[in-house]
Design a protein around this ligand. Structure first.
Ligand SMILES: CC1(C)S[C@@H]2[C@H](NC(=O)CCCC[C@H](NC(=O)C[NH3+])C(=O)[O-])C(=O)N2[C@H]1C(=O)[O-]
Length: 356
């Protein structure tokens, strides 16, 4: 079905609303291949505010940033490629590959990737107090085992497979599984299977480094205390997340990645179909394997992931056929109003003037 043309003016207006709600800067890029039969894309860029509050450097759509849980889609693609190669079975217990690691041998690889394992999310403890929690881990380097141990202090939150229960722990175990199956660090697998084949020259896994290569937007964390000043959260290891959230990328590269994924250029059709077996995850949204589906007001569904890492809110989605992609970024976090406004950029991007 034809998508309505994007409404760039409405998209830019929503970015300006995010600034009024506390974001120092915001940006978005749409790559639209639906207007032509060749691979030429019509590119729309919108940018508002600043990438750096100290220098007032304007936000630029080419700026790199921390993508948070959009990383989970990369990790899921690696495991689904390994499944296509016959090196892992989605419905096998994790215990088969990592004996004794988890407390319940009913937890399968599919449970991890669909967030239905019941493994407790350790970040609920780490970040109960936003700024102190962040400052306590911003330069720490965790092992996967240490993060899993933080989770296993708590019982499972549900019987494995009972439904969608989002937990970063699932993608920490997914990282352990990737390393066990391949003998390589996840960085090597991201590079060999996704970054290099798609020429994602703005995409990096620098863990445990704290810097962002090249030109980037600084990210600002909103304290829990009203009126307290923003905290510059740019430099951090993101070791609390790793294969659950430590990638760096750009609006261009995430659009290329999601367009390739939904366009069938990263996974065989049968594996992409597995990724799109949906579990309900709230009104108008569902979760597959490392992939979110959001159902928009105009009846269009879009596919991708969101990300929330200290200082950065990311929204990366594409159309059913991967021919129109949007990535939007606000360089602030812990701000619910900005989150909802940025989430609403999907509407003008995919519903155009029919957006709600
Ligand atoms: C499900 C989410 C939203 S949370 C999950 C993951 N991010 C985290 O787990 C970090 C949460 C703390 C971030 C911090 N908030 C606090 O400390 C609040 N006390 C802030 O806003 O910077 C990610 O990314 N996912 C998002 C996703 O998948 O969209």
């Amino acid at each position: 079905a034809a998508l309505p043309a994007p409404d760039p003016a409405a998209l830019a207006a929503r970015l300006r609303t995010s600034l009024a709600q506390g974001a120092p800067g915001a940006m978005a890029r749409i790559d639209d291949h639906r207007l032509s039969h060749d691979d030429h894309a019509t590119v729309y860029k919108a940018m508002e505010g600043v990438a750096d509050r100290g220098t007032a450097e304007p936000m630029d759509a080419a700026d790199r940033f921390r993508i948070g849980s959009v990383t989970k889609t990369f990790s899921a693609v690696v495991l689904l490629q390994l499944a296509a190669e016959g090196r892992v079975r989605l419905d096998s217990p994790v215990d088969h590959y990592l004996p004794g690691l988890l407390p319940d041998d009913r937890i399968t690889v599919r449970h991890l990737l669909s967030h239905s394992s019941g493994l407790y999310d350790y970040t609920s403890d780490l970040f109960a107090r936003t700024v102190p929690g962040f400052e306590a881990v911003r330069t720490r380097v965790f092992t996967y085992r240490e993060l899993l141990d933080l989770s296993l202090r708590h019982p499972l939150t549900q019987v494995p497979g009972a439904g969608h229960a989002y937990s970063n722990t699932n993608y920490v175990v997914a990282g352990l599984l990737i390393e066990e199956l391949t003998g390589h660090p996840v960085r090597t697998e991201y590079e060999n299977r996704i970054i290099e084949p798609l020429q994602l020259s703005d995409t990096f896994y620098v863990h445990p480094g704290t810097g962002i290569p090249g030109r980037y937007a600084r990210g600002y964390l909103t304290p829990d205390e009203a009126e307290a000043p923003l905290v510059d959260a740019t430099e951090q290891t993101v070791s609390w997340a790793q294969s659950a959230g430590a990638l760096i990328s750009s609006t261009r590269d995430l659009n290329t990645f999601l367009s390739a994924l939904l366009g069938g250029r990263l996974l065989p059709a049968a594996r992409l179909a597995e990724m799109r077996r949906w579990i309900p995850a709230g009104t108008g949204q569902a979760y597959g394997l490392g992939l979110r589906r959001r159902d928009l007001s105009c009846g269009v569904s879009v596919y991708g992931h969101t990300g929330a890492v200290q200082g950065y809110y990311t929204y990366a989605f594409t159309s059913e056929d991967g021919r129109r992609s949007l990535t939007a970024l606000a360089n602030v976090s812990n701000n619910g109003r900005v989150h909802l406004t940025m989430l609403s950029t999907l509407e003008p991007a995919f519903c155009g003037k029919r957006a709600k």
